[in-house]
Design a protein around this ligand. Structure first.
Ligand code: COA
Length: 326
């Protein structure tokens, strides 16, 4: 028995923030942003929109496609680092909003790899027979933890949600195969939000120092990302006795076009196999992989049995790759 994705959905807030808008906020320009990242615009949640609101919209779309009713969900796992509240989980808030009473619901914190981590957790519950259906979400409102005066970070991030409904299948040609996850906690300092947690609880000092915003050493992140993603993709494929040439489609975390291009090149995978949307949404962290999968799915890219290679990396550093037979 394997987990099959029977529905996908995504949602991005209406407000568009373009590179031209950013030019008015920090010392940057459209050409620099496009050349270094591939991003042209990103979406920003409305003041009254929190992560669970974005997740709710994406969930409705995935549930509708799968035919599973919200009240019948048995597991809800949300990958996010920007939950509505420090506690309880975004998953619990979402469950309430969906009017579901049957599921157990919790968040997974693995930054941009959050949805792959969440997918892997849900897969274990499904394949062990403990649940018959699961809702896996990646959602972020990174705009709320972005320093809009820091040009090193504010050009990168956007808000969005992606959702996947998982159900078991006995079809040997289909379903989730290998999921390889890794983390390296020696790299915490290259990408983190230092303030607002138990080490530096929120205080005037934290706010004045802007420690409640994302801090990043972009160059270091870049270096680690390309190497880690390549190795991890090879590992996930090897477990299935597949090589990169067997891959039909790639669903990559949309962090930076140069990271994706370099990783694909190392894997000898043509860029046409990889669905891209970061020019429209920027880096939406945990939302990125399920949102990208949803776009590819709704565009009719994915056919039953296709080999889909998924990959993501983010703060921790935490990363993963997965092979899926659509
Ligand atoms: C952030 C990132 C785009 C920066 O690109 P880079 O090529 O590494 O650029 P650098 O940081 O080396 O900066 C190069 C120059 O551009 C300048 N610069 C930095 N940000 C700029 C901006 N937004 N606009 C214009 N110039 C900028 C720098 O000050 C530097 O100028 P200098 O040479 O005069 O000192 C890139 O490092 C990156 O994408 N890293 C990965 C980030 C990521 O994906 N994070 C999330 C992981 S999930």
């Amino acid at each position: 028995m394997r987990s099959l994705i029977t529905g996908t959905g995504s949602y991005a807030p209406a407000k568009v923030l373009t590179n031209a808008d950013l030019e008015k906020m920090v010392a940057t320009n459209d050409q620099w942003i496009v050349e270094r990242t591939g991003i042209k615009e990103r979406r920003i949640a409305a003041p009254d929109e929190a992560s669970s609101d974005l997740a709710y919209q994406a969930s409705l779309r995935a549930l509708e496609q799968s035919g599973v009713k919200a009240e019948d969900l048995e597991l809800i796992v949300v990958g996010t680092i920007t939950p509505d509240y420090p506690f309880p989980s975004c998953a619990a808030v979402l469950q309430g909003r969906l009017g579901n009473k049957k599921a157990f619901a919790f968040d997974v914190s693995a930054a941009c790899a959050g949805s792959l981590y969440a997918l892997s957790v849900a897969d274990r519950f499904l394949t062990s027979g403990q649940v018959k259906n699961a809702l896996v979400i990646g959602v972020e409102t990174l705009s709320r933890i972005t320093d809009w005066t820091d040009r090193n970070t504010c050009i990168l991030f956007g808000d969005a949600a992606g959702a996947m409904v998982l159900q078991p299948t006995d079809d040997p040609r289909r379903g989730l195969r290998s999921v390889k996850l890794h983390s390296d906690g020696s790299l915490v300092s290259i990408l983190l939000m230092p303030g607002g947690g138990s080490r530096e609880p929120i205080s005037q000092k934290v706010v004045d120092a802007k420690s409640h915003y994302v801090k990043m050493n972009g160059r270091e992140v870049f270096k680690v990302a390309v190497r880690a993603l390549e190795e991890c993709c090879r590992e996930a494929l090897a477990e299935e006795k597949l090589s990169p040439s067997d891959v039909t489609w790639v669903c990559a975390h949309q962090a930076n076009k140069r990271i994706i291009d370099a990783t694909l090149q190392r894997l000898d995978l043509p860029p046409e196999k990889c669905w891209m949307n970061l020019e429209k949404y920027g880096n939406t962290s945990a939302a990125s992989v399920p949102m990208t999968l949803d776009e590819a799915n709704r565009a009719g890219w994915l056919k039953p049995g296709d080999v889909v290679l998924m990959m993501a990396i983010g703060a921790g550093m935490a990363w993963g790759a997965s092979v899926l037979r659509w």
